[in-house]
Design a protein around this ligand. Sequence first.
Ligand code: DQA
Length: 145
Amino acid sequence: MKSILVINGPNLNMLGKRPKEHYGTKTLDEINDLMYKELALDIKIEFYQSNSEGDIVTKIQEAVLNSYSAIIINPGAYTHTSVAIHDALEMFTGLKIEVHLSKVDEREDFRKINFVRDVCDKTFSGKKEESYLDAIRYLNESLKD
Ligand code: DQA
C-alpha cells in the first residue's frame, strides 16, 4: 500500500493562535482531519509534528529506511535555516512535497532563504490549509498506479 508521511515543524502545533493573516484559523488537528478526508482510499497517511530539528531529521531518516511513497513537509522556520533537514530529505527517494500556509516567498527577506526547495519535487504555498489539501490532491494523482 502507498503511504505518505506528513511532517510539521516548529510552532505548527500552535496553529489557531498564530497570526491569522498568514496562517488562517484552523488548528493542526483540524488540518490533519481535512487531509485525511481528501486522501484517496488506498493510501495510508501518518502525521508527525515536532519543535525539534533533530527529531525531524530522525523521522525523515526513518522514512528513508521504511520506504514511504511520499513525504509532505512544512519545516516551519527550519525551512530558512536547516542544512540538516535538507541533507536528510536529499536521501529520501520518494516524492517530496514542500508546503507552507503563508506566501513565504513574498514575506520578510529572511523567509526567502529556503534550504528545502531544491530537494523537493513540488511546492504548495500561500493558500493556508488549502496548501496542504493541494499537496494531498497532487499525491492522489501521482501515486495512482
Ligand atoms: C511557514 C512559514 C515559515 O516562514 C514560518 O516560520 C512558519 C510557517 C508557513 O507555513 O507559512 O512557521 O512554514
